[in-house]
Each structure stands twice: as structure tokens, then as C-alpha cells.
Design a protein around this ligand. Sequence first.
Ligand code: CA
Length: 258
Amino acid sequence: MQNRSTGHETVTKHVSNAGHENQPKQIEPMSSNTILLVEDEPEIRELLSFSLGRAGFQVWESPSAEDALQRLDGTLPGLLILDWMLPGMSGIDLARRLRRDPLTAEIPIIMLTARGEETDKLKSFDSGVDDYVTKPFSPRELIARVKALLRRTGTPESGLVDHGPLRLDLNAHQLTIHGKPVALGPTEFRLLEHFMNHPGRAFDRSQLLDRVWGRSVYVEERTVDVHILRLRKVLQPFGLQHLVQTVRGVGYRYLQPE
Ligand code: CA
């Protein structure tokens, strides 16, 4: 996910939710092990959903691009499987739209298409699609492509992110430090997952809210500080609180440990 330039970052306004500050709404976890499947044909959707589920992925299903956009407003999947021919907005148009938005620009996309012509393939890559699979295909072939793409874009197929003493198990939703399981709240988990996927990079509070909480959730920016404090507290007994750094005038940055 690191090689795609997304240009400037937009800053999203997060409106305060009076009386509910520091209490982020319950949202679905944004895990890199999650796949959003956008397909209007119920039979294909069910077949793929079943096969991907058996391969260890968590699958969200959308019957249309419009429905997918709504879902993406609050949650970010690790990968998108997108049918080309959809009622309403086409898969290509959805892909282009996602690529233009800094929040969704980095999500890997596999396009499903019944068209095999060269120009269509080129068009598909032009839209920022990472890979395409021509119908008819076997679920096994698609899963192989999904795994290959996740490998290429840096998302571990195993669901394990290892950084020195830290191990994040995305499937079990478990953090271990020096092999010891450590209790972590769901928000702190997503925050740490985001940091571990982007080591060394500074994020301002607005960006962290967008990427960890989701855009449809309205919380104050200082909520981020609260959860950063909690995350540091979890790391502190291991002497690792310095991994989450304050970047003056910007926000926060995670340092990958040796
Ligand atoms: Ca279709």
C-alpha cells in the first residue's frame, strides 16, 4: 500500500457530539483481513462470500456501488472485490471515485469483469484497479489473486503483523508483547493496527479519526489523545510507550521497534 501516491490529504471536519465526547460510537473493526465484495448477482456473491469466508477472510457484501460507498463511509476493508457491471454506478466509476479520495485511495481493488478485450483491460488499470479477474472464474483462482494482491500491498496473508516484540494477530484480534497476551480495547487495537501498517509516518488527529474511527463517526479530535494515552499505558509496562510519539504541531507517529 505504500507505493501509491495519493497527492495531498484532505482535512475532514469532525463535528463534536455534545455529551458524548470520548465515547466513540460502536463501529465495525477496520481490519486488513476484511474484504468488501461488491457484486449485484446474488448467486456469485453468495458463492464468493462462502469461499472467501472459508479461506479465513471476513466478508462484507454490497449489491451496488452506492451501497458500497455508504459502507466505506464508516469502515475501511483491507481489500475490495468489485464487479464491473453494476446497476447504477459502474465498478469502474466506483474505483475511480475511491482512488480520488485520500482515505480510500490505498485500498487494493480486484475487478471482476465479463469483458476480456484489451482496451477494457487497459481502461480497468487506468481506473487504478490493481488486478482483474475475467468471468467465469473459479473461487479458488480469485482467492489466489486476493492473497497475491494482499502480499504485494503489504497486508500479511497470515493476519499476523510482527514488529520486534510486538505481534498483532488480526484474526484473533490479539496483541502479544514478548509472547505475552496483552489486553487492548477495540479502538486502541485499530489505532495500533493503523500505526503498525504505517510506521514512521506522522498523522494528524483528523487523519487518525478518518482512518481509525471512520468518517461517519463524529467525535472530537481530543478523543484521539485519550486513546493515544490508553495505548501508551498498555505499552508502558514493557518500556515501549516511546513507540507512540507525539509530533509537535502535527499529531502522532509510530516508530517500528527493532
Ligand atoms: Ca454484474
